[in-house]
Design a protein around this ligand. Sequence first.
Ligand code: S3P
Length: 174
Amino acid sequence: MDNIILVGYMGAGKSTVARELRIRTGMTAIDTDYEIERIEGRKIKEIFATDGEEAFRKMEENFLERLVIMNFHGIISTGGGMPIREENRFFMHQLGQVLYLKACAETIYERIAEDESRPLLAGLTDRDAKIARIREMLEERESFYTKAADEIIPTDGMSPVQIAEEILLYMSYQ
Ligand code: S3P
């Protein structure tokens, strides 16, 4: 099977779905956030705080390029900002089928409300403020996600298992 690259906003379920796909296909699954943290030896929150977002985006790009060069085979879950850069969209297309896990702001809020590891939502405690921020970012990013994607997978109201099944069905037609 072709490689699967999962893109979408934070909390869209990319890493959980990647795990489900790994179980069902036996393919290797990697997560770009996890790999960057491993290479850097520090958490993303720390990278943002010390080096800034731009430096992190460059690390994402370098990592994708490395996967292309090494001819990686498997499933890749990506950080929510990965499709913003044109270079990254190009590398992802070279790597395989890019699937956008689409979710609305409320769904995303429910999935990440308790998680403090996301620097871009840090400092917002109020539910409405967080949902408004998520919605704003989703609007800003929607065109990048759709531009990056070979296929859009709607995920509202779906479990990671159901999403994985949907993806495998799509892949079987490729
Ligand atoms: C980001 C999403 C995060 C991580 C970083 C920035 C973003 O990944 O890469 O905090 O810009 O949306 P997840 O989507 O895995 O949370």
